[in-house]
Write a protein that binds this ligand. Structure first.
Ligand SMILES: CCCCC/C=C\C/C=C\C/C=C\C/C=C\CCCC(=O)SCCNC(=O)CCNC(=O)[C@H](O)C(C)(C)COP(=O)(O)OP(=O)(O)OC[C@H]1O[C@@H](n2cnc3c(N)ncnc32)[C@H](O)[C@@H]1OP(=O)(O)O
Length: 237
């Protein structure tokens, strides 16, 4: 574990050097790392490999990218900010929220994407629409420490929430999340979160997931979640 952490940190230090004025890596210019512009803001897709990704994470990523070739799986892109339309959907729902009237709305971003490469949440989600399930590959960096050397349970809960949410699609809110933490997750290790939609009942989506090591031998956590499709007729505030 220490070895993978050291390797990760080495990449991070290398990156820091780059950020102090050095030109960006050529990887940033690859077509897969698509950049597009909306409202003059550049949105970068963060669910793509960067130099902090461990060998395990890259290997799994490549395996799932292969599965995407026949269209049965798709990689979900991930942005710091939601698209204009998605934001509008949520904004309408949260009429009266403090952000409505403040310029802070423009600064809001998904907190899992607010860390420098390798320090926080490194993840990518693949979705199988026919089977109504997703696989999230997650490497929790050194800033997500709880007990020394271990991933904070709250960080794990965050990823579980996002992984389950990715199985829903559309505008939903987490209403209930139940997690059994069975084994501690070593910091900087890679885990695989397998999520599935178990039941749909009106606006209620019941989901479950498990979190395992890459070799599948260790079951770290199991969780269930209830997500509610937002009712456009209602406002939460
Ligand atoms: C979450 C993913 C979102 C988007 C997914 C999109 C793409 C996925 C791609 C990648 C993922 C990327 C990003 C994901 C990003 C972030 C994830 C963040 C998720 C969160 O961080 S999210 C914050 C924490 N979350 C809250 O802050 C919720 C506070 N809450 C409320 O806002 C309301 O509470 C609400 C809206 C939940 C419901 O309110 P409402 O008024 O619309 O509906 P109502 O109360 O009528 O309930 C309707 C039926 O659900 C039953 N029901 C409700 N709650 C229940 C409970 N707890 N237990 C058992 N049953 C429950 C009722 O009993 C009724 O059941 P019935 O119809 O049978 O009577």
């Amino acid at each position: 574990m220490l070895r993978s952490c050291t390797a990760g940190l080495r990449s991070i230090w290398a990156l820091r050097g780059r950020r102090e004025g050095a030109p960006r890596l050529s990887m940033d210019l690859q077509p897969a790392r698509r950049l597009f512009s909306t409202e003059k803001v550049i949105h970068k897709d963060w669910a793509l490999p960067n130099p902090s990704w461990s060998k395990d994470l890259k290997l799994l990523f490549d395996q799932f990218m292969k599965k995407c070739e026949d269209g049965s799986w798709e990689r979900l892109p991930s942005y710091k900010r939601r698209s204009t339309q998605e934001s509008e959907d949520f904004k309408t729902y949260f009429l009266g929220s403090a952000l409505q009237t403040q310029s802070l709305w423009k600064k809001a971003q998904l907190f899992t994407r607010g860390f420098e490469d390798g320090l926080g949440f490194e993840y990518v989600i693949f979705k199988n629409n026919d089977e109504k399930r997703t696989v999230c590959l997650f490497q929790g960096g050194p800033y997500l420490q709880g007990v020394p050397g271990l991933l904070h349970g709250g960080a794990m809960a965050t990823m579980i929430d996002i992984a389950l949410g990715s199985c829903t699609g559309g505008a939903v809110m987490t209403a209930n999340l139940n997690i059994n933490f069975k084994r501690p997750v070593p910091l900087c290790s890679v885990v695989v979160i397998n999520s599935q939609l178990d039941k749909l009942e009106g606006r209620k989506l019941f989901l479950s997931c498990n979190v395992r090591s890459v070799d599948e031998k260790t079951l770290y956590s199991e969780a269930t979640g209830l997500f509610i499709k937002l009712d456009p007729e209602k406002s939460s505030t």
